[in-house]
Design a protein around this ligand. Structure first.
Ligand code: KIV
Length: 259
């Protein structure tokens, strides 16, 4: 099993689609690692695992704890860790925190949300040896409205500028969240690095989804999510059956006891 490097990810642009998923735990890391090119320890864990209403309250230490576990069980994929809200407010804070994340988790890269306003920070980290994945379009850490982007001209121009500047700053890939397909297509053609879409159409170099969403574990499914499974229903049925069997003294059976 050959480790996927940033060089290999860059080489996939315009050649092979890049498959990415989030993972936060041992099991999700083990499964995603078998098939994905990139695993993101996303700060979406705040909402998905901890029931927070957004990602703003996610702590750096929480990201470090989950990223350590994911890295331990992801042997092949490139593992990227989200820097949570307010942990990269300027380039010095960003470097101190990102260096700490990489040192403690041994992950391969960090992800920062934002466009032109954070490109100096991205450049500062990259020059000091910390690989960065960008994230433009809908920015969950700072938005109040979860709406798709790029329909009106001024928004389109701003996002296009963000993409070009994130590329120039030295990021090795850009997540593009909730973009209209024409804009996603234009950016993918224009930038030199792979674009990874989430709600940004098939015209991206790769795709990412939150693993709990595609497995059907969530409560809310945006249009861009395809449910590949309905694990929540499967889990519920299993729990229901177990409780029924306990109440009816059907469990444990002879197979489950010690003599
Ligand atoms: O936190 C996350 O899971 C993300 C993905 C939605 C790209 O940033």
């Amino acid at each position: 099993m050959k480790k996927i490097t940033i060089k290999k990810i860059l080489e996939k642009k315009n050649k092979q689609p890049i498959a990415c998923l989030t993972a936060y735990s041992k099991v999700t890391a083990q499964i995603a690692d078998k098939y994905c090119d990139i695993i993101l320890v996303g700060d979406s864990l705040g909402m998905v695992l901890y029931g927070m209403k957004n990602t703003k309250q996610v702590k750096l230490q929480t990201m470090i704890d989950h990223a350590k576990t994911v890295k331990k069980f992801a042997r092949k994929s490139l593992v990227v860790v989200d820097m949570p809200y307010r942990t990269y407010t300027n380039k010095f804070t960003a470097y101190k925190n990102a260096k700490n994340v990489i040192k403690k988790t041994k992950c391969d890269a960090v992800k920062l949300e934002g466009g032109s306003e954070i490109t100096k920070t991205i450049g500062y980290l990259v020059k000091r040896g910390i690989p960065v994945m960008g994230h433009i379009g809908l920015l969950p850490q700072t938005t109040n409205k979860f709406l798709f982007k790029g329909k009106n001209l001024s928004q389109k121009k701003k996002i296009l500028k963000d993409a070009v500047e994130v590329d120039k700053s030295g990021a090795f890939a850009i997540v593009m969240e909730c973009l209209v397909q024409d804009l996603a297509k234009e950016i993918t053609k224009k930038v030199s690095i792979p674009t990874i879409g989430i709600g940004a159409s098939k015209h991206c170099d790769g795709q990412i989804l939150v693993i709990d969403d595609m497995l059907g574990l969530g409560d809310f499914f945006p249009k861009f999510v395809k449910k590949y499974s309905n694990l929540k229903k499967i889990m519920e049925n299993s729990v229901k059956k177990y409780v029924k069997e306990v109440k009816q003294r059907q469990f444990p059976t002879i197979k489950n006891i010690y003599k």
